[in-house]
Design a protein around this ligand. Structure first.
Ligand SMILES: Cc1cc2nc3c(=O)[nH]c(=O)nc-3n(C[C@H](O)[C@H](O)[C@H](O)COP(=O)(O)OP(=O)(O)OC[C@H]3O[C@@H](n4cnc5c(N)ncnc54)[C@H](O)[C@@H]3O)c2cc1C
Ligand code: SF4
Ligand code: SF4
Length: 669
């Protein structure tokens, strides 16, 4: 047995390239020593270290070696394969080698970056990882990429401003696009806002025309009140099963006249107005909703809560749009690419019990404020405090509620939600603009105003007399008599303790990943980052991609963003998706398993364990045998690991390769 379990046979000719990555690796790892340790291993024809292996000079060195030294395999010890595997595979192809005869050892993310305190241990680990990569490389086999056809349509999941923008970009490029929104209307959070910073233009005035464009665009099929149930397949050919919830209204007949709601006897809290007003059981979420169709809420409708009684709406509707016979419907759609634009949900401020949200009526959140100050809102745009609906004279804003939270005990985020400082600057300014005599205090940790025109906007607010206090209040104490609010806090700039009483307090709540994102991410096999939002392909170079080819990100699905950034990313995601759809055929990594029918005993274990429906046991002439469904298989390896008959071989991750790699890793250096 050759080194590290390498089988005897035609000796491979391996070139090894250990990268300094500037000082990213070399500051911690003794790169020259790693090179020297691996240089003498069996099969290694040449071992070099390069300052930047990915640079033109670095790549040329490898290309020259492949030609001059007749290399047949390449090992690169450098950064994560997520960053440069594609680069080096392309280099292999250009140099006439099969791209799957490349192996990478990650000695940056998995070594120098995490062991910066111990040069000796980091160097030994880098040598071990490189040695293991060489052992596996020796057993690599050339593979041919699978070629699949491309379904020329796309899906956008989430109909906020990011999803709307992505769908319109795609549709305007001629791509048939399904826009899937789980609520009865598209619009997302932007539809709830009054004005938008820093220009203070009316939110719905700029969003509503885009929503109408969605309805009018013949390339867009809007599936509102719809959720994704199952996703199969891969880039170029995804099969998505969606569940259409019953509206109990025929969208094509409803003209949104509102007669039904006028007569409906049943009331419910209006979620669009954050519960500060009521709607009927039959309702339209907001006047500009798209689709412009009513919907019946079965939790409040008497037909459902009182066993088939009422049906007033059905009698009153002249167009016969009410349809109590509607049921949930499952629809399967074929698409070549998917954009995830699932947005955010606001942090639940009642979890910060010290501020009394939900207990003290005059403590509201920044999103509540948007509805209260909005002309279409519960007070018709007049600033009023909820305890008695009188105008407040002194208003406090408290920043970072549910953001920048060290402890994360209550669903808060450790991260900065990025938009809340500007939201408060906007809301405080709007108060001063409408009510110049009002006293407005902002309690902040740091004011973060990075964005075009943001700092200027904030300074304008200061000059209007808004008082900014650097300090976070520990609690809000309510007076039981008049519901006024006492806030005591230290102003860190002056060192003074401020003990003030307010008529109303606004909590600047953080932006959290939306409910259901964990399950949706699992269905699409997309990773999430530590903050719970969806993980981008690369933080700098692939910000609108995910780790799954053909699935892209837009807006707050990735991380809290303002509207311009959400729209910009939507354009980026749409362009990337359209790029995939532009070709007729697509090449995919050949990572599917191969079933040896002679060994397969048809036990169905692989079928039961496969999370993607990628392998099925079928009757054949030789009995029941497992068959790989290539379009559904994601190459995760579960079946290969589980098969006790050893009938399943993972291409590119064969048992031999993994054993050789592991044995070499465990060798004492
Ligand atoms: C109080 C407040 C004030 C703000 N003011 C401003 C401002 O003045 N200027 C500014 O630039 N930004 C502002 N923002 C930020 C702005 O709201 C966001 O930038 C914008 O809403 C992001 O759009 P989005 O489409 O990514 O997410 P969202 O608006 O959250 O939309 C996401 C959509 O996806 C849907 N969805 C979620 N999960 C699923 C699923 N599983 N299946 C189907 N659909 C799903 C949701 O129902 C929703 O319709 C403010 C935010 C808040 C909280
Ligand atoms: S059946 Fe009655 S309660 Fe239900 S939506 Fe119609 S009118 Fe309202
Ligand atoms: S590798 Fe096996 S378990 Fe994994 S997706 Fe493919 S068939 Fe299913």
């Amino acid at each position: 047995m050759a080194h590290g379990g390498v089988k005897a046979g035609p000796t491979p000719r391996i070139g090894v390239y250990v990268c300094h990555c500037g000082l990213n690796i070399a500051a911690t790892v003794d790169v020259a020593r790693v090179r020297d340790v691996v240089a003498g291993l069996p099969g290694v024809v040449v071992a070099r270290d390069n300052k930047y292996t990915c640079s033109e000079v670095g790549q040329k060195t490898i290309a020259d070696d492949i030609k001059d030294l007749n290399l047949d395999r390449v090992v690169i010890a450098s950064c994560s394969p997520r960053l440069h595997e594609r680069t080096f595979r392309q280099l292999m192809t250009r140099s006439g080698l099969n791209p799957f005869l490349l192996e990478m050892a990650n000695i940056r993310e998995q070594c120098s970056w995490v062991h910066g305190h111990d040069r000796e241990a980091a160097t030994r680990k880098a040598a071990a990882l490189t040695r293991a990569a060489i052992a596996r490389a020796a057993l690599l086999e050339p593979l041919e990429r699978n070629v699949g056809s491309v379904t020329k349509s796309a899906m956008v999941i989430g109909g906020g401003v990011a999803g709307i923008s992505a769908a319109l970009y795609l549709a305007n490029m001629g791509v048939k696009t399904y826009l899937v929104e789980r609520e009865p209307s598209i619009g997302g959070h932007m539809a709830m806002l009054d004005k938008t910073f820093p220009t203070l233009d009316c939110s719905l005035c700029i969003l509503s025309p885009k929503m109408v464009e969605v309805r009018e665009n013949s390339n867009i099929e809007l599936l509102s009140y719809t959720e994704v149930r199952k996703v199969e397949g891969q880039v170029g050919s995804f099969r998505v099963e969606v569940l259409r919830k019953p509206r109990y209204i025929d969208e094509s007949k409803c003209v949104a006249c509102g007669l039904c709601a006028e007569k409906c006897p049943s009331k419910a809290p209006d979620e669009f107005n954050r519960g500060y007003s009521e709607r009927k059981a039959i309702y339209i979420p907001f006047p500009q909703a798209i689709p412009a169709s009513y919907v019946i809420d079965p939790d409040y409708c008497r037909y459902f809560t009182r066993g088939g009684k009422c049906r007033v709406c059905e009698k009153i509707c002249e167009r016969g749009a009410v349809d109590f016979s509607q049921r949930e419907e499952i629809v399967t759609l074929e698409v070549g690419a998917i954009v995830m634009a699932t947005g955010f949900e606001p942090y639940d401020a009642s979890r910060k019990t010290q501020y009394g949200y939900g207990r003290f009526p005059n403590v509201i959140t920044s999103l509540d404020f948007e509805r209260i100050i909005c002309a279409d809102g519960p007070t018709h745009g007049k600033l009023k405090r909820p305890s008695d609906w009188e105008a407040p004279r002194r208003i406090a804003f408290i920043q970072c509620v549910g953001s920048r939270d060290e402890h994360e005990m209550d669903g808060a985020g450790k991260y900065c939600s990025r938009v809340c400082c500007m939201i408060t600057a906007k809301q405080a300014f709007m108060i001063k603009e409408k009510y110049p005599d009002a006293e407005v205090y902002v309690y902040y940790t740091d004011m973060r105003t990075a964005g075009k025109g943001f700092e200027e906007f904030y300074q304008r607010g200061r000059s209007e007399g808004i008082v900014f206090v650097r300090g976070k209040p520990g609690e809000i104490v309510e007076s039981p008599e008049d519901h006024s609010l006492r806030i005591v806090a230290e102003d860190a700039d002056s060192g003074c303790i401020l003990d003030l009483t307010f008529d109303m307090a606004v909590l600047a709540i953080g932006l959290r990943p939306p409910g259901g994102l964990v399950e949706l991410a699992q269905k699409l096999n997309v990773s999430r980052s530590a903050d719970g939002f969806l993980l981008e392909g690369h933080p700098k170079l692939r910000p609108a991609e995910t780790s799954i080819e053909g699935i892209y990100l837009a807006g707050c699905a990735q991380f809290p963003k303002d509207i311009p950034d959400s729209v910009a990313q939507a354009g980026c995601a749409a362009a990337a998706a359209a790029g995939v759809l532009a070709s007729d055929r697509i090449e995919m990594d050949p990572l599917n398993p191969v079933v040896d029918e002679e060994l397969c005993i048809g036990c169905r274990l692989c079928e039961k364990l496969c999370p993607y429906g990628g392998i099925k046991v079928e009757k054949t002439d030789k009995g029941f045998k497992a068959r790989v469904i290539e379009v559904a298989c994601k190459g995760c390896g579960v079946c290969g690991a589980a098969c006790s008959a050893r009938a399943i071989k993972m291409r590119h991750y064969s048992d031999d390769q993994i054993y050789a790699q592991t044995a070499a890793l465990l060798e004492v250096s």
